[in-house]
Design a binder for this molecule. Structure first.
Ligand SMILES: Cc1cc2nc3c(=O)[nH]c(=O)nc-3n(C[C@H](O)[C@H](O)[C@H](O)COP(=O)(O)OP(=O)(O)OC[C@H]3O[C@@H](n4cnc5c(N)ncnc54)[C@H](O)[C@@H]3O)c2cc1C
Length: 433
């Protein structure tokens, strides 16, 4: 008999398991795949360290404290990472970092810049919910949407701003309008523009985080959980390798697993989670000669520029030792909810697309070293997404001792998953006591 079974060894599951194990709770983690970590996967290929999933983690104080507590030392991204670029009409244009840079930047036209002066006078929306595109167009204008916000939405969600809910996908921005009526006034009051924190990874890549978190935990890989039942206040978990009993269960596997896991106890509600859409993402690792790319984090390509590439990270510039000397490793992203079909293309075709577009953007044909396809990559917090929060609450209410977590609830970033694990672990502890 376990105190808690955690289903899924992604960062959501492992962070909850780590917190519970640390205070003496008996935890067993069940993982479907051979490799732990879910989206967090790092490989070494031909001397290159390739992140197949998340590249960097934006760590705030809470995340840094979690890592310190777990004895995991982060590796901080190089200072060049503050330089980011947007592709516009054949050129990589630096994203302005100050008012002066913004005024002189060719990223927005004069009329696009003047449009921003209206922002403090735009009233709050009377609609109950708006898409990111509607919200930004109304407050900041079309050009700002196309050249700054839409590429950012691609970078974080591989998403379409016309479909994502401003309230659920970028909650902080939504709250700025609610609280200060204007984003500019709010940002001035808070003395902050954009997200804050330090960009980190780990020596050996993000898989180090998974290895360190799981090292003192009971984890069984290749042991998929198949169904969860209840008997006299105890949870029974049927898995591939056996049947397990626990006082509480934390489901940290993706939204689509709820339907089959909970078919005996909350079927009609749980199967609704099949409707959470995960945008597919293709990740290509490619190499160019050192000096080919400008110093920086990477670039984003606005959809209006009509390219298949969504963006690229200059991975070997961020952290030392990720590429052999004289070479630069690029991690290039394609697909997302604006171009989902590319995930079904043959690798050869994807390689050709990447080579021809990188040649246009950086002036050199890259050598492709790896292609990864995430068919269900990143959950999309679309309009009306609040219903999934309500359904998750309902499942937990109907089944005391059962807890749901994962990147489809309250934030998709690795940092969000780590932060959310604190509240989940507290709820579990409260229940057990
Ligand atoms: C290509 C890509 C790039 C990204 N880049 C970044 C980035 O740079 N920075 C950032 O902060 N975030 C990034 N993200 C997002 C972030 O990586 C994820 O949101 C986060 O890692 C998800 O963690 P999770 O534990 O919630 O889910 P997952 O990682 O999906 O873990 C769920 C786990 O559950 C397991 N599982 C499923 N069903 C069962 C079952 N029945 N029984 C047992 N186990 C099961 C799965 O195998 C998996 O291991 C990226 C995501 C992708 C796909």
């Amino acid at each position: 008999m376990q105190d808690v079974i955690v289903i899924g060894s992604g960062i959501s599951g492992l962070s909850v398991a780590y917190r519970l194990n640390k205070v003496g709770v008996k935890v067993l983690v069940l993982e479907k795949e051979e490799q732990l970590g879910g989206n967090i996967q790092t490989i070494l290929k031909d001397g290159f360290l390739c992140e197949l999933g998340p590249q960097t983690i934006l760590a705030d104080r809470e995340v840094e404290e979690f890592l310190k507590d777990a004895g995991i030392s982060p590796e901080y991204a190089s200072v060049v990472s503050k330089n980011r670029y947007v592709y516009k009409k054949g050129k990589l244009i630096p994203i302005p970092m100050s008012l002066l840079e913004f005024l002189t930047s060719p990223l927005l036209s004069i009329s696009g810049k003047l449009r921003l002066l209206k922002e403090p006078f735009v009233p709050k929306s009377v609609k109950t919910e708006e898409s990111i595109a509607e919200f930004v167009r109304r407050r900041l204008g079309e050009e700002f949407l196309n050249y700054l916000v839409a590429p950012f939405v691609s970078g974080v969600y591989a998403g379409d701003p016309k479909e994502l809910s401003v309230k659920y996908a970028v909650r902080k921005v939504y709250e700025l309008e609610q609280k200060y009526t204007s984003l500019i006034k709010g940002a001035i009051k808070l003395k902050a523009l954009g997200p804050s924190g330090k960009l980190i990874s780990f020596k050996g890549g993000n898989k180090t985080l998974i290895e360190e978190l799981s090292k003192n935990l009971a984890v069984q890989s290749e042991n998929v959980a198949l169904r969860i039942r209840k008997k006299e206040g105890i949870y029974l978990v049927d898995a591939k390798e056996g049947k397990y009993e626990a006082r509480a269960v934390v489901i940290a596997s993706p939204a689509w697993s709820l339907g089959y896991l909970l078919r005996d106890i909350s079927w009609s509600v749980a199967q609704e989670f099949d409707k959470v859409y995960y945008a597919p993402v293709v990740v290509v690792h490619a190499v160019v000669k050192e000096g080919t790319v400008p110093k920086g984090f990477g670039f984003l390509v606005p959809r209006v520029e009509k390219k298949r590439i969504l963006g690229a990270v200059f991975s070997s510039q961020l952290f030392p030792g990720r590429a052999p000397e004289g070479m630069e490793l690029l991690t290039i992203y394609l697909g997302g909810s604006t171009d989902p079909q590319i995930v079904d293309y043959e690798d050869d075709l994807i390689a050709q697309i990447v080579q021809s577009e990188i040649k246009e953007i950086l002036g050199q044909v890259p050598q492709i070293i790896n292609i990864t396809k995430w068919k269900r990559g990143i959950p999309q917090y679309t309009l009306g997404y609040g219903r999934f929060y309500e359904l998750a609450d309902l499942i937990e209410k109907e089944n005391p001792g059962l807890f749901l977590t994962g990147n489809y609830l309250r934030g998709v970033s690795v940092a969000d998953c780590i932060r959310n694990s604190k509240e989940v672990a507290q709820k579990v502890l409260k229940y057990l006591s």
